[in-house]
Design a protein around this ligand. Sequence first.
Ligand SMILES: [Zn+2]
Length: 388
Amino acid sequence: MSTLNSIDLLTRLVAFPTVSRDSNLPLIDWVEEYLERFGARCRRTSNAEGTKANLFAAVGPDAPGGVVLSGHTDVVPVDGQDWHTDPFELTERDGLLYGRGTADMKGFAAVFLSRLASLNTASMDKPLYLALSYDEEVGCLGIDRMVDDALAHFAPPDFAIVGEPTTMQVVRAHKSINVFRTVVTGRAAHSSQPHRGAGAILAAGRIIEHLEAIGRSRRAEAGESRCEPPWTTVQVGTIEGGTALNILPAHCEFLWEYRSLPDENPESIIEAMQTFIEREVLPDLREFAPEASIETTAIARVPPLAPDPEAKAERWVQGLRGVREGGSGEVSFATEAGSFQRAGISSVVCGPGSIDQAHQPNEFIDPAEIQRCEAMVDDVFAYLCRPS
Ligand SMILES: [Zn+2]
């Protein structure tokens, strides 16, 4: 069997145009076949349409403990971006490797897949798990399905490393992301006769004003967090409603989000909003239109990565070769690490490349980052082969 180095693997992975809106199955098929050469026990979990899949692979003994190395397979679109090379063909220029997903985050998967060839599975004391998800970039939609399935079929691991681009620094905490759609349904009437209907836009305005107040209070309470900015943020992104000035609007809907600090319970804001809507807004909306309603649905919920008081994964990963010194950070971008943490696995984010290149045209990775990541993965494998 010819062995592929990390750059070979990255070339293959970048060549699959796994933009989130498209299927990732060709990549998953290829990786699964590759992993089976090493005796990996693979499990797939799919989206409802069967067009995308997660791949979770176990290597080594069927025993508790061990490590998950995790990444997402999807990439953001290149539409409208000014690329100087083919984004889906890994291209070296001036010592840097260009291509969509090189930093975010096929570099990490390329490294763990290539180093697998050097792992002596017979001498492993603890298992290695490799996790590849779908739809991370559109709200971490695939990961929970994979984690649930994995824990139902394999012994629980000790640690998870999510290899998002952190220039090989340990990130121990990040914010949550919570995205909602709120639909206000009132009743149309002549605008001179508001007592015969229910205006959806004014009701929506009250809800939005309350969101703004929550955002302002969170900012006023901002503490020591190293996230940027160091407070929970609240935003409304889109709004639509109404048909004409002289018609009481029967419909208004808006998309909103909040990103809570790592140690804040993300449920607190949605619960406060629901209480405000039910107690304050809905009774007024229903005064002349008992059928009026306000429905809020979650579009994406990405749990925070909360700082682990015992700092188990943090201390362990900080001691691995290739990982940059300088302590652990907190970041504002969200990852899938919170899903592993929620499942009881001590987790950090640490991977090659820079978040500054993520989602940008001419995304690249410095090969020196790949080398650092190889050193880290080799140390992970050494840990798995050491008797505990
Ligand atoms: Zn990413």
